[in-house]
Design a protein around this ligand. Structure first.
Ligand code: TYM
Length: 322
């Protein structure tokens, strides 16, 4: 059996270039080397989003985005989490082999507490639902950005605990994180994130995207002075998309002096706008064919469900509800 590669995205805002580099692009490339399972984690969005219309919109957008960016439903399994409700049942079984202490150490919950918030139980037990995603589909490898590393480790812990308690039900998953894309910076230099509002979206309109890029944080080095590309957020993002030649040329202009940051930002905007041009065209085609997209949603869920129902059947027997 070929290696199963599994990952997902939570539809709680617009998909951004951090998601693209950290997860989507590696997943698209994985379609050639393994059996790809890619899903939209809409049940995870419920931990922070309570507007049904927004839920539907973000979920739908995420499906269009992933298809446009190259997840191929012929070569992979692409579905929406809630279309395979077995995951909620598995979450319950897994809850009972998960200690509260393990979840208390998870960063999303710890961050919420540190900010003085009163997180709901959904946020607290979010890593268990995520473990259920990964384990339900017997995943071998999980490509993610660094921010999700802890969650994949929790899934491993839970899988081992369950297998030891009841017998072997689950493949033990491993995360896959490439160094150069582990943490993509946002326009303020912190990790790019939907929740920090420092992201550069992929499928937005030209003007707001340009405005965001023009507001990337820089230091006060004057136009004439030489600049260090390696401390610049502009260059950090540029080199992730540019060819070797393009990146070297920009780095040389930084070092030579005479180029203002505004000029460098314009170059970054142009590079990104051009990079995503074919994907924008693909997305427009899909939007004009929503019946086709709906049929893909349905067939994706059916494919995913075949695997899910096998796992859940054996788990039901192992825990003794069947
Ligand atoms: P989410 O939606 O926050 O992010 C989707 C993917 O994008 C990666 N990512 C980044 N990578 C590098 N730099 C960044 N600045 C950056 N921002 C986001 C994330 O690491 C992630 O890989 N809980 C998950 C969704 C999920 C999931 C799963 C993933 C639910 N169940 C099972 C894998 C397996 C999440 O909220 O990702």
């Amino acid at each position: 059996m070929s290696m199963r590669i599994f990952s997902g995205i939570k539809p709680s805002g617009m998909i951004h270039i951090g998601n693209y580099l950290g997860m989507i692009r590696p997943m698209v490339e994985s379609q050639r080397r393994g059996d790809l399972f890619c899903f939209i984690a809409n049940m995870h969005s419920l931990t922070t989003l309570s507007d049904a219309n927004m839920m539907r919109q973000y979920t739908n957008d995420a499906l269009l985005d992933l298809l446009a960016l190259g997840i191929d439903p012929e070569k992979s399994t692409l579905w929406i989490q809630s279309d395979v409700p077995e995951v909620a049942e598995l979450t319950w079984y897994l809850n009972n082999v998960t200690t509260v202490g393990l979840l208390e150490r998870c960063h999303a919950y710890k961050d919420a507490i540190a900010k003085g918030l009163a997180p709901n139980n959904g946020l607290f037990s979010y890593p268990v639902l995520m473990a259920a995603d990964i384990l339900l589909y017997q995943s071998d490898r999980v490509p993610v950005g660094k921010d999700q590393k802890q969650h994949v480790e929790v899934a491993r812990d839970i899988a081992i605990r369950f297998n030891n308690t009841y017998g072997n039900a689950f493949t033990i998953p491993e995360e896959e994180i490439a160094d150069e894309i582990a943490v993509i910076p946002g326009i303020d230099g912190q990790k790019m994130s939907k929740s920090y509002n420092n992201y550069i979206e992929i499928f937005g309109a030209e003007k707001p995207i340009k405005k965001k890029i023009m507001s990337i944080l820089t230091d006060a080095t004057p136009v004439e002075a030489p600049k260090d590309p390696d401390t610049s957020i502009i260059y950090a993002i540029y080199k992730l998309f540019g060819t070797q030649e393009q990146s070297t040329a920009l780095a040389d202009r930084f070092r030579a002096g005479g180029m203002g940051y505004g000029d460098a930002k314009k170059q970054l905007f142009e590079l990104l706008w051009e990079y995503f041009q074919p994907f924008r065209a693909k997305r427009e085609e899909l939007v004009a064919n929503m019946d086709y997209v709906a049929s893909l949603r349905k067939s994706g869920a059916e494919k995913a469900r075949q695997v899910a129902s096998q796992t859940i059947d054996s788990v039901r027997k192992l825990v003794g509800v069947l």
